[in-house]
Write a protein that binds this ligand. Structure first.
Ligand code: XMP
Length: 553
């Protein structure tokens, strides 16, 4: 979820984990593009050659921000195929390998003679420099983190940048001892060649990562490469991507039926909207009401659906089933397992009532793909598998359609806006699959869920009233399994406690507690204790992640 490659870098920086394990993963419908079956349809194209960096796809998204179509392809795509595709530029990504390692991934050496501008990033720079006779110094230790970088020669790549700025490093080996064909453009304290260019050929290298936001002027550097050095005009738009996806979906689906599981969130709604545009009433949607939804959520989904789609919606009322199986269960992971299993059972049963369905559409985003190491051909290392990945198992027997598989959350939001989905849906905070079950601590009871729903609705309403909802990435109430003493009128009470959680985060892997103004906190607390029965105390969670998590369970 979220912009996770950044988080992975952050994670690497914080925890010092290294990227060593190669990945194997199932085939997906996107591997043809990855293998070079790219169709730029007349658009300016930049290709990112994937050497396995966790941030390789992030480069493609930064290039798309320049309104240039960008596709990530295998690192060893042949120079001949690249020439046919006629890209305006090539970017060689970073990667976990050392250029000295056994089996270090290599590009086709002929790419350096194509005359196409090349930007090598980190490992990509080392491979580029080494191919041109420069020395790369091996290193046993890796350098992670922010560092100051000073430009040493002026060049269009650094146009508009100050002489010194902060960059994000994540490397072991580095280039040293340039030959006379090359000139160093920048340096840091530990890295004498932090940026480099060939004197005559359009070959550039950056030892640091311009694609991550920790590199202060990374966006400008990539823009300079794409616009000035590659000469792109930047005419591509997110609507071109929508058109492309619609066409692809139509071709694949033919006259078959597609099932789409709706969760009420942004990703599945955008998938449904795309499919509806592509195949109209060949789309059937399934929404499972597991009894763990927020206040009014089911009605909202139904109303929104009715106003946007004139097609088949199956709302499965499975609340009792879920709550019965969850009764008395207090272990969070057990709750998750039960919910996951029941969801699959319920979904499978409902899908049987849609007899001619052949495809299942899912809102998998790129960060989910990279976190589960699911790039089939890629040299990327698997870092961690995250609990948002997964959902429905393969045994359901459908062919998968995952039209958001190459995209990041904000691109999906743009796509949703372009498809006409409402603002309040597009900017909705994420809501976990297990729903209120992981926010009702300990064993779940229907009255506890009701208390939590009411408190949560007040919180969200007050955040909207204060104009803060969009500034916070996730906010919710938690019902604690703790009673405490209070006083109401002349009576002593012994009632429940609600905790309020609100976080700011780029990626949901690290997060800071949101500094809510006291007045807003005061209003939330007063309203909850005045109007939610059985609650006499409200507390605010001021923990960051790490060491806490965002959810309490
Ligand atoms: P944590 O609690 O790990 O949460 O800091 C990070 C993000 O993941 C969401 N989350 C989940 N999402 N199933 C989901 O679909 C889960 O079991 C789950 N647990 C946490 C959480 O809401 C936050 O956005």
């Amino acid at each position: 979820m979220g912009d996770s490659p950044l988080a992975i870098l952050a994670d690497l920086a914080v925890n010092g984990k290294t990227m060593t394990e190669p990945t194997t993963a199932p085939e997906t419908d996107r591997t043809d593009m990855y293998r070079g079956e790219v169709d730029p349809r007349g658009e300016e194209l930049v290709l990112v050659l994937d050497f396995g960096s966790q941030t390789a796809q992030l480069i493609t998204r930064r290039v798309r921000e320049q309104n240039v179509f960008c596709q990530m392809v295998r690192h060893d795509l042949s120079a001949e195929r690249i020439r046919e595709l006629n890209p305006k530029g090539l970017i060689l990504s970073g990667g976990p390998a050392s250029v000295y390692g056994d089996g270090a991934p290599q590009p086709d050496p002929a790419i350096f003679d194509l005359g196409i501008p090349i930007l090598g990033i980190c490992y990509g720079m080392q491979i580029t420099c080494r191919s041109q006779g420069n020395t790369v110094i091996p290193s046993d230790s890796r350098e992670f983190g922010r560092t100051d970088c000073a430009t040493t020669s002026s060049d269009p790549l650094f146009e508009g940048l100050p002489a010194a700025s902060t960059v994000w490093m994540s490397h072991g080996d580095q280039v040293e001892g340039l030959n006379t064909n090359f000139v160093s453009l920048a340096q840091t304290d530990t890295c004498p060649v932090a940026a480099v260019k060939h004197r005559e050929r359009p070959l550039y290298g950056l030892q640091f990562h311009p694609e991550v936001t920790h590199t202060e002027y990374g966006g400008r550097l990539l823009a300079n490469f794409v616009r000035t050095i590659c000469g792109c005009r930047g005419t591509w738009k997110i609507s071109s991507l929508i058109d492309r996806e619609i066409e692809t979906i139509r071709e694949r689906v033919g006259s078959n039926r597609v099932i789409c599981g709706l969760s009420g969130g942004v990703d599945s709604s955008v998938v449904a909207a795309l499919l509806y545009r592509a195949i109209g009433d060949q789309l059937s949607c399934i929404f499972v009401d597991n009894g763990l939804l927020r206040k009014g959520e089911r009605d909202e989904v139904e109303e929104r659906f009715a106003s946007h789609f004139k097609t088949d919606l199956h709302v499965v009322d499975a609340g009792d089933l879920f709550l019965n199986e969850l009764a008395g269960v207090s272990d969070p992971q057990k709750k998750r397992k039960i919910i996951g299993r029941l969801f699959i059972d319920v979904f499978r049963e409902e899908a049987k009532s849609i007899p001619d369905a052949h495809f299942l559409a899912q809102g998998t985003l790129y960060p989910d793909v990279i976190e589960s190491g699911a790039n089939p051909d890629g040299p990327a290392a698997t870092i961690k598998s995250h609990h948002n990945v997964g959902g429905l198992p393969e045994e359901l027997g459908f062919e998968l359609i995952e039209p958001l598989r190459d995209l990041f959350k904000d691109e999906v939001r743009n796509m949703g806006l372009e498809l006409g989905l409402p603002d309040n849906l597009i900017w909705r905070h994420p809501f976990p699959g297990p729903g209120l079950a992981v926010r009702c601590l300990g064993a779940i009871t229907p009255p506890g869920l009701e208390t939590l729903r009411e408190a949560d609705a007040i919180l969200i309403e007050e955040l909207h009233n204060a104009g803060l909802y969009r500034d916070i990435q996730q906010a919710f109430a938690v019902l604690l399994p703790v009673q405490s003493v209070g006083v109401m009128g002349d009576d002593r009470t012994y009632e429940d406690t609600i905790a309020i959680r609100a976080v700011q985060t780029d990626d949901f892997m690290t997060a800071d507690w949101y500094h809510l103004p006291y007045e807003v906190l005061g209003r939330i607390s007063t309203r909850i204790t005045n109007s939610v029965r059985g609650v006499n105390r409200v507390v605010y969670d001021i923990s960051s992640k790490p060491p806490s998590t965002i959810e309490w369970e």
